[in-house]
Design a protein around this ligand. Structure first.
Ligand SMILES: Cc1ncc(COP(=O)(O)O)c(C=O)c1O
Length: 349
């Protein structure tokens, strides 16, 4: 998601639909953060970080996990721990690691990306993987890693598609990394466990600070030897942090309390789409809403004036072009959806 800049306004924000990253910790989460036992995590001494890592590894069905500062850092540590210079990562051309992470694996790791077409459903066709893997030829980079993503721009990639792509990658000798920034949204939407979703992948990054509502942090999970390498990479990129038990406590709280409620975000996104669909100037398909994101086609030239009109009424959206993304989350429920619909009607009126 590219940032479209914030409209200037003095109105207090009443509704923020820019992303699910904008949530503030709930009072109960803040209590958990305040109560956290802490220690120096670079020494491995922070008991709350250790508890989060153990909890996350178990939940994700992997041997070990590492707490990192962000989703970008998590994917970066993962890619650098999987690949050496001159190796190559196969990924979707719409996937975050390829378009939205400043090319970190290439910049810092000398690793190439081989983008493949992202399918309508957000998945990757197994045959595209077979076509893209390089032969064992001195002219070519060495194909090493396949990265998948779910959800992908709000789309929930079906379980079978994830498994099929991962198996095909494995047949070609690739390791498999899964960008699960919104893994829990996908799991809740499909009614499957994270371990089931991740059964065919080696490593996974899960964000705690998106729909799950923690103020920061992601976990990277995988085999023990991989996590040992990722630990070194985390240090290399300046991601070794000290008394961060408070943040880990927020993550633990989110895993315990904010997973099942993602279904509410999905229902509210659907409500939003259904209420916008009859509007003559807007194009939106309620049946296309699969998780917490709604994409709305708006008239040419409307993006900036609409963004300003809404900002003046305390409603924040990202509006870069003729298709805007609206996101529901912990701080954007049914009341906020209804307020948004009213104000968008006032714009067109
Ligand atoms: C699919 C996906 N992966 C990774 C990230 C990176 O997360 P962060 O913003 O915490 O670096 C994002 C952020 O929006 C994302 O949407």
């Amino acid at each position: 998601m590219h940032y479209a800049g914030r409209a200037q306004s003095n109105a207090p924000a009443r509704v923020d639909m820019r992303s699910d990253t904008v949530t503030r910790p709930t009072p109960a989460m803040l209590d958990a953060m305040m109560a956290a036992e802490v220690g120096d995590d670079v020494y491995g001494d922070d008991p709350t970080v250790n508890a989060l890592q153990e909890r996350a590894a178990k939940l994700l069905g992997k041997e070990a996990a590492l707490f990192v500062s962000s989703g970008t850092q998590s994917n970066l540590c993962g890619m650098l721990a999987h690949c050496q210079r001159g190796e190559e990562i196969l990924t979707g051309d719409e996937y975050h690691v390829f378009i939205d992470e400043a090319g970190g694996a290439s910049v810092l790791g000398g690793i190439m990306f081989a983008p493949m077409p992202t399918s309508e459903d957000g998945g990757i066709d197994p045959d595209a993987i077979s076509r893209t893997v390089k032969p064992d030829d001195e002219h070519c980079a060495v194909s090493k890693l396949l990265t998948l993503e779910n959800t992908c721009a709000g789309r929930v990639v079906p379980l079978q598609r994830i498994h099929d792509a991962a198996r095909r990658g494995r047949e070609h000798g690739l390791s498999i990394h899964f960008d699960g920034a919104r893994l829990m949204n996908a799991c809740v939407a499909l009614g499957v466990s994270p371990a089931e979703m991740l059964a065919e992948v080696d490593t996974v990054s899960l964000c705690l600070s998106k729909g799950l509502g923690a103020p920061a942090g992601s976990v990277l999970a995988g085999p023990k030897d991989f996590i040992r390498r990722a630990h070194r990479v985390r240090k290399l990129v300046g991601g070794g942090m000290r008394q961060i038990g408070g943040l880990a406590a927020a993550g633990l709280y989110a895993l315990e309390n904010h997973v099942d409620r993602l279904a509410d975000d999905h229902a509210n996104a659907r409500r939003l789409a259904e209420r916008l669909a009859p509007h003559p100037h807007l194009k939106v398909d309620p049946d296309g809403v699969q998780s917490n994101m709604v994409f709305v086609g708006i008239p040419d030239g409307a993006a900036k004036p609409m963004q300003q009109h809404l900002a003046d009424r305390g409603i924040l959206i990202n509006a870069g072009g003729p298709n805007i993304r609206l996101v529901t989350h912990l701080d954007c429920g049914a009341d906020e959806v209804d307020l948004f619909v009213e104000e968008i009607q006032s714009f067109f009126a």
